[in-house]
Design a protein around this ligand. Structure first.
Ligand SMILES: *[C@@H]1O[C@H](CO)[C@@H](O)[C@H](O)[C@H]1NC(C)=O
Length: 188
């Protein structure tokens, strides 16, 4: 009998972790049900509306979809800013308002194109290319990985991991790059 109970408990544990990609949230998700494809897509549309400021209420939307304990990690951003990088993760925005200020005060990004979206129980991967950064000479492609949580009915991003082609982004925004063979871009 005791062995049966133990076996059942173990089986349930295994089911719980295996089901993380199906219907049941992983233990780290903190309750609520898994994010559906539609919910994930809707969340991403809101996020893109904030990023591109095509949402007329982007500041209010940002307040809703960014979690209070939000942190953004991106060595691509730190390298663009000439700041020290950390392994494996550098913090680019340490809290919610830092991110909202950074995004809403920077020039709006245009030419945001979605290449692929993967929604799992508590995560979204967004593969993108922006064609309208600064001079818009170079397309910059990248990936966002969102760790999601629920606050009541509201889906929020708690951690955002973001890496992209920062050389292309930098060239578009006025950074000069010197290659090992001496070639300087943009040409002087
Ligand atoms: C120098 O390196 C850059 C970047 O890899 C390349 O585009 C360019 O053709 C190279 N120039 C010469 C002269 O090899």
């Amino acid at each position: 009998m005791k062995i049966t109970i133990l076996t059942t408990a173990l089986a349930m544990l295994c089911t719980a972790s295996a089901a993380a990609t199906n219907n049941n949230p992983p233990p780290s998700y903190g309750g609520g049900k898994c994010v559906s494809q539609q919910e994930g897509q809707n969340f991403l549309q809101k996020f893109i509306g904030v990023l591109g400021r095509t949402d007329p209420n982007y500041a209010a939307t940002a307040q809703k979809i960014i979690a209070d304990d939000f942190v953004e990690y991106s060595n691509s951003i730190l390298s663009l800013q000439g700041l020290p990088l950390s392994a494996p993760l550098g913090i680019a925005a340490p809290f919610k308002d830092a991110w909202i200020q950074g995004v809403t005060q920077a020039p709006a990004f245009s030419g945001i194109k979605t290449l692929e979206v993967i929604v799992t129980c508590d995560r979204i991967v967004w593969y993108w290319v922006f064609t309208g950064i600064g001079s818009a000479k170079h397309p910059a492609a990248g990936f966002n990985l969102f760790h999601l949580k629920r606050k009541g009915p509201q889906l929020q991003v708690e951690k955002l991991f973001l890496e992209f082609d920062s050389i292309a982004w930098g060239l578009d925004t006025g950074i000069q790059v010197t290659y090992p063979n001496g070639t300087v871009l943009p040409p002087k």
